[in-house]
Design a protein around this ligand. Structure first.
Ligand SMILES: [Zn+2]
Ligand SMILES: [Zn+2]
Length: 557
């Protein structure tokens, strides 16, 4: 169906009213394309969980409709869940060169590189997908190279998806954001604009990435005798380029440490996104051959992540680099909400060891990759959409962005703040929220796709708070009498040597209870287990006001 009656469904399966796991399905005339497929990072109460990925149920249920995944840029919150998705639904993926390059590293880790059809698209090009979609890749600027917005032409009209962006007129590499193209599309008529909301609450403009380079230069100039270390996001290739530029200017060698930093730098050099003359990079093992004033070390850990290079260096736990008094450490990032504590811990640790630490707040060693209010207004003004949906943010961001759109003159009934899983139906003369599809989160433990689920999480929480107690008894299969035990093994509950009395009292309590029900037939052993649990639980609660997980094991002899 085309024209007046064509109906496009836009279904965000993640990224709305939450941070991370951005993914949206676009469905029309029995065809679906998916834009982005990101991860979120686990909350504090998700013990032992490595990753959170979107719930793909709606897409797997409609697998014959799904034609492709289109990627806006290579950040984890946009591409991180792709391997898990592709294992369930192997469809072609489209993206710009660096984005595809970064994805290839992931597919290799998951052993599916050869199975996936990857198509590289350049800025300004478009691809036809199925019978209903034409997707154009529009140049934007962001904290990773090769980012795009998408113009998705469908029989119902044109949708513009901003991706993540800021308006940087002087990017370090690559073209500036293609405002002209947004304006042209706006003139022709845009049905729906979906725009990111990360910094919508902040007034004014985000500074150009180049402004950080100026500050780096100042710091390098005043640190002539010091060793310099810089921690930033591995994906922020333009930031890394600026560190390298300073290193070259001040005749320093550059060592890169950390697995993800090395991976990204390697990929970016191979694909031509980092410009580094020969002999600038040295291996970490060569640092000792140079004096401090000839070295810059680039690493991850700007978020205080426990296993990262910076964290380990701060705690003298890194094999190759040891922090020294007078080292200058630049943390070129701002803490993502939730990471503040970890970042401050690392800063404190470095300061105590005598290092000088430069972080956001002291100097402008970081700028955001996301547009502030005035930049967001520029896109709205150029695109002039009929309908608008704020994306990429928590509820408060989406709400603020909706208000901004209305201040700019949009009709309230044409602005849609959705929840994850809700379906927005749009066509030439209508826009409405028409229902919802299954959506949620899947918790991933390690490389496998297993939904760990609430029960496992509840157990882990229980174990981490109150510990574990295992009660082993041997019973006669035929007679139902106690042969030996109970033995009690405890972990994480009380330090056994200091609580011998408690444990031996616990044993006698269990023993008495068992003797009282001797002779119970084997079929009733579930009852015996429950009885052991309850008796012990009551006893321990009385004595310690704690409630460990209790696992009775009955050995039939
Ligand atoms: Zn993002
Ligand atoms: Zn991003």
């Amino acid at each position: 169906m085309a024209g007046k009656f064509a109906k496009l469904k836009v279904i965000p399966l993640g990224g709305l009213q939450e941070i991370g796991k951005n993914i949206t399905a676009f469905e029309i005339n029995d065809e679906i394309i998916v834009v982005d497929c990101g991860v979120a990072f686990p909350e504090d109460d998700m013990l032992g969980i490595d990753l959170v990925i979107p719930d793909f149920t709606y897409l797997t249920r409609n697998r014959e409709k799904v034609k492709a995944v289109v990627l806006t840029h290579g950040h984890e919150d946009h591409i991180g869940a792709l391997p898990y998705f592709l294992k369930e639904l192997n469809v072609p993926i489209y993206g710009t060169k660096l984005t595809i390059g970064l994805i290839e590293n992931k597919l290799k880790e998951h052993n599916i590189l050869n199975k996936v059809n990857r198509i590289c698209v350049k800025y300004g090009e478009y691809v036809k997908i199925g019978a209903n979609f034409k997707v154009e890749f529009i140049a934007t600027t962001h904290s990773i190279a090769d980012s795009c917005a998408l113009a998705i032409t469908t029989p119902a009209g044109v949708v513009i998806h901003s991706g993540d962006f800021k308006i940087d007129y002087t990017p370090i590499q690559g073209p500036p954001i293609d405002l002209q193209r947004f304006a042209q599309l706006g003139k022709k008529g845009v049905l729906l604009f979906m725009c990111e909301s990360t910094n919508v609450e902040l007034k004014g403009f985000t500074m150009s990435e180049r402004s950080v380079g100026v500050i780096f230069d100042e710091i390098f100039a005043e640190s002539l005798n010091q060793r310099i270390m810089v921690a930033t996001f591995s994906s922020n290739i333009h930031r890394i380029q600026q560190v390298i530029n300073c290193a070259i200017k001040y005749k320093r060698k550059v060592a890169v440490i950390g697995r993800s930093m090395n991976n990204v730098v390697k990929t970016a050099c191979e694909l031509g996104y980092l410009n580094v003359p020969k002999k600038v990079f040295i291996d970490v093992s060569e640092i000792k051959n140079y004096t401090d004033d000839k070295i810059v070390i680039i690493m991850t850990g700007s978020q205080g992540e426990t296993m990262s290079a910076l964290s380990r260096i701060a705690q003298n736990d890194h094999k190759q680099v040891e922090i020294k008094p007078m080292d200058k450490v630049i943390i070129s990032a701002s803490p993502i909400p939730g990471n503040e504590k970890n970042v401050y811990r690392v800063i404190n640790c470095l300061l105590k060891k005598g290092a000088e630490v430069v972080y956001e707040g002291l100097k402008d060693v970081h700028v955001s990759g996301h547009a502030r209010q005035e930049e967001i207004k520029v896109l709205h003004a150029l695109i002039k959409p009929k309908y608008f949906m704020p994306i990429h943010g928590e509820y408060k961001h989406l709400r603020a962005h909706a208000n901004l759109a209305m201040e700019l003159g949009m009709d309230k009934k044409n602005v849609f703040v959705l929840e994850r899983g809700e379906v927005l139906e749009v066509g030439r003369d209508f826009g409405r929220i028409s229902g919802s599809v299954p959506s949620g989160q899947v918790l991933v433990d390690g490389l496998g796709v297993g939904d760990v689920g609430n029960i496992v999480l509840r157990d882990r929480k229980h174990l981490s708070q109150d510990g574990l107690m295992i009660v082993v008894v041997s019973m006669d299969k035929a007679e139902g009498t106690l042969i030996s035990g109970p033995d009690i093994i405890s972990r994480g509950f009380v330090y056994v040597r200091e609580s011998e009395y408690l444990i031996s009292d616990a044993k006698s309590v269990v023993r008495e209870a068992l003797l009282s029900c001797e002779g119970t037939p084997i079929s009733e052993w579930a009852y015996i287990k429950t009885m052991i649990k309850d008796t012990l639980k009551d006893f321990l609660w009385q004595k310690t006001k704690r409630s460990p997980m209790i696992l009775p094991i009955i050995m039939e002899i």
